[in-house]
Design a protein around this ligand. Structure first.
Ligand SMILES: *Cc1c(COP(=O)(O)O)cnc(C)c1O
Length: 522
């Protein structure tokens, strides 16, 4: 399978396909068709010249490799162009508004990046002598101080590497606390509207998960929750603000009831953006809560960088926090680890990770916090709520907004598929938005809303950007209400048309196939 040029021409491109795309290459204007790197490369090409390796007998015997591993061979410009072309087919917060609900896809300030790249932070190693990394430890300590202060909690475990990892940390702390009390409580209560990671975490940690229903206005049914409390309940996991975009006004009542029944309160703090600087979860009786630095504190998500999920803990759970952590002793920062923990920290449940967590994210998050200050963070929450309410009220006449009468929303607005023309769904609206140049909102989550569309604009979007998004959303929603058939096959302008998503997920084509064989995902 040789490749006549490096622009990604696909050997399997058939005449029909060519005419469908309207071009010989499959390219459209300056958007280039891109083949897999294995299809572009050829084994006799390399980007660098190596001298032949001296022949040597392998000490691995039978285990030594006996055939080529088939890595694609490309020249440097071919490799660079391949990945640059792929990056142009991707969507990113640096390209436009990213309305994914519950994800807090806010702008990643460049000042954060500048600080994280300073060699004193970027080029250090976790096994370096503590004396040589005092500045880095101070960053961890200062960030910890801000997180504890903003949440009104007692301590923070910095090492978890994402929100879900933080949930596990909090639940393991609860488990350790119960073991110390000598109690065998097996049940964790999770509201219906919970993020999928909540029940998954509780089950992973060995608990039995039981659902708590939601009220029609989208909040936890407090009476149902109270009725279920008892000596077998280890705790509850509640998201606040919740995934319907609403503040759980009764959280303090719930916490008091859970504590009276001997359980602990885990709060999923992924949506902290809406209340940072306004509400301290510690005042609401929370025992453990993760904070997604990659949401509220503007560090990049996913491909842009790893997540980070520090967990703030109440006084009751702090003794069980994972190791290692940083402490200030006589003006110097020291690491509390297994050998140095001593009696004082003897109840720690162990470790979440080998080292200290995501140093690059700590530096970015602290930069963000310091550049905003306490008043700026409060304004973040206020503006994120304002923007979400603006979207909610601007769309509620063209889309069903099930909780529009439950008061203002918090950081995200939720819509349902009620009122769309027969045969039209949330998916059609999502695909239509792609043609309009927007990444779709979160779809079909939370499960308590039929055909849910969850939009979180965040505070970093201007009114002009919101108006443009709202205009596009209104137009697509109106087409779905009117039954515009063209919408059923959207997207029309994206590099790929509508995929069979089930087939693409269940049977992805991960290997190169000879021309003529089916490409399942297309
Ligand atoms: C994002 C999110 C999580 C999980 O966080 P990750 O960092 O993706 O692991 C959990 N709960 C809610 C409500 C979220 O929005």
């Amino acid at each position: 399978m040789s490749n006549p040029n490096s622009s990604g021409w696909r050997p399997e491109m058939t005449p029909e396909r060519r005419s469908n795309d309207g071009t010989h290459t499959g390219n459209r204007a300056l958007m280039l068709e891109e083949a897999l790197i294995f299809e572009i490369g050829s084994l006799d090409t390399t980007g660098v010249d190596f001298a032949d390796a001296p022949s040597a007998t392998s000490r691995l015997g039978d285990l030594s490799r006996n055939r080529d591993i088939g890595l694609p061979g490309l020249s440097e410009p071919e490799a660079v162009r391949h990945y640059t072309r792929l990056s142009r087919q991707n969507y990113a917060i640096d390209l436009g508004l990213f309305p994914l609900g519950s994800c807090t896809m806010k702008h990643n300030p460049r000042l954060n990046e500048r600080m994280a790249r300073l060699p004193g932070f970027a080029d250090i190693h976790p096994l370096q002598p503590v004396d040589t990394v005092q500045g880095a430890l101070e960053v961890i300590d200062q960030l910890a101080h801000w997180l504890v202060t903003l949440t009104g909690m007692h301590a923070v475990a910095m090492s978890p590497k994402a929100g879900a990892h933080g949930e596990l940390c909090g639940i393991l702390a609860i488990k350790a606390a119960l073991e110390k009390r000598g109690e065998d409580r097996r049940v964790i209560l999770v509201p219906e509207s919970a993020h999928g990671t909540n029940p998954a975490t509780a089950a992973f940690a060995g608990f039995t998960v039981e659902d708590i229903p939601a009220t029609p206005d989208g909040r936890v049914d407090v009476d149902a929750l109270k009725a279920r409390l008892g000596p077998d309940v280890a705790g509850v996991m509640i998201t606040n603000p919740n995934t319907c975009g609403l503040f759980e006004r009764d959280l303090k009542t719930i916490s008091d009831a859970v504590h009276d029944a001997g359980g602990y309160v885990y709060c999923d703090g992924a949506n902290f953006n809406a209340i940072v600087g306004r509400v301290r979860p510690g005042d609401l009786g929370v025992d453990a809560m993760h904070i997604n630095l990659h949401k509220t504190f503007s560090t990049p998500h996913g491909g842009g960088g790893p997540g980070s999920g520090p967990v703030v803990l109440s006084q009751a759970l702090a003794p069980f926090a994972p190791l290692p952590f940083v402490e200030r002793q006589d003006g110097k920062f020291v690491l509390i680890e297994e050998e140095t923990a001593g009696e004082h920290h003897g109840d720690s449940f162990g470790r979440m990770v080998s080292f200290h967590g995501q140093m690059g994210m700590f530096t970015r998050a602290l930069t963000y916090i310091l550049s905003h200050g306490a008043d700026g963070l409060r304004q973040v929450a206020e503006d994120s709520v304002l923007n979400a309410n603006y979207v909610l009220r601007a769309l509620e006449d063209v889309l069903d907004a099930p909780f529009a009468n439950s008061g203002p929303c918090m950081h995200e607005a939720i819509f349902s598929d009620k009122g769309l023309a027969e045969g039209f769904s949330t998916l059609d609206i999502a695909k239509g938005l792609i043609d309009e140049g927007f990444h779709p909102m979160t779809v079909y989550f939370p499960l308590v809303v039929h055909g849910a569309m969850l939009v979180e604009p965040t505070e970093t979007e201007s009114k002009a950007a919101l108006d443009q998004f709202i205009g596009a959303f209104r137009s697509v929603a109106q087409r779905a209400r009117a039954g515009d058939q063209a919408l059923k096959s959207a997207p029309h302008f994206a590099p790929r048309r509508r995929l069979d998503e089930t087939l693409a997920a269940r049977k992805p084509v991960l290997v190169w196939k000879e021309p003529g064989q089916a490409q399942a995902a297309e």
